[in-house]
Design a protein around this ligand. Structure first.
Ligand SMILES: Cc1cc2nc3c(=O)[nH]c(=O)nc-3n(C[C@H](O)[C@H](O)[C@H](O)COP(=O)(O)O)c2cc1C
Length: 197
């Protein structure tokens, strides 16, 4: 079901503001966290922005490696999403214990271009090279990335667009309402341009 997405369509994967999982890895260490605040900023080349708090372990690994991934979770991976957004991987790393993937049984696979961890069971996946914007990172915790690979589950994203339907409800993306409450899109509808008067 997983198929490459044309890079010119990559920004559509997060255009609707889903909660995402930010994956990172550096020198044998790896991690994953939830992020509700991400958005596309450029279609071509495809560029995205994600707010990654400077206190997170993710931010440390992203800065060190100059790269990160975005996996887009769905209803089926809701609890894993909330979990990796509720605990820090730094504690595990300091204790020499298992990372979040192992501790919570979160299956993952390597991205095709950068080899960074992407979360299995999600519905779309991006790999990004960090764009060097130290001021935005320091002042606003906003990390910009250029998308270098994009993939999606064709059961819910095909022909360059999402299709949320009753028959793929478990694959609908998540929108964080706050405090661990999530909503998902009910269906996709095509807008029409109003005729000019
Ligand atoms: C649904 C959800 C959305 C979140 N969104 C963001 C976000 O946009 N930016 C951010 O810095 N932290 C966000 N967080 C908090 C981080 O995921 C959390 O601090 C996490 O424990 C960091 O993990 P780490 O220290 O292992 O990197 C969110 C948490 C949840 C549960």
């Amino acid at each position: 079901m997983k198929q490459p997405v044309e890079l010119s369509h990559a920004c559509r994967l997060i255009n609707h503001g889903p909660t995402v999982l930010v994956g990172s890895a550096h020198q044998g260490r790896r991690n994953v966290m939830a992020a509700a605040w991400s958005m596309p900023v450029e279609f071509v080349p495809p560029r995205v922005a994600v707010v990654i708090d400077k206190r997170t372990y993710t931010r440390e690994l992203v800065r060190a490696s100059g790269s990160f991934t975005i996996s887009i979770p769905c209803r089926a991976t809701l609890d894993a999403t909330y979990t990796v957004g509720s605990v820090s991987g730094r504690d595990d790393a300091q204790d020499g214990g298992p990372d979040k993937f192992e501790r919570y049984g979160i299956e993952h696979f390597d991205g095709p271009v950068l080899g960074l961890p992407l979360v299995a069971g999600c519905v779309a996946w991006l790999e990004c090279r960090l764009i060097d914007e130290p001021h935005a990172e320091e002042a606003y915790d906003t990390c910009f990335g250029e998308v270098v690979s994009a993939q999606a589950d064709t059961r819910v994203f095909a022909g360059g667009r999402w299709s949320f339907r009753d028959d793929n409800a478990e694959l609908h993306t998540l929108h964080h309402l706050g405090g661990g409450n999530f909503a998902w899109p009910a269906k996709s509808v095509q807008g029409k341009v109003l005729p000019a008067r």
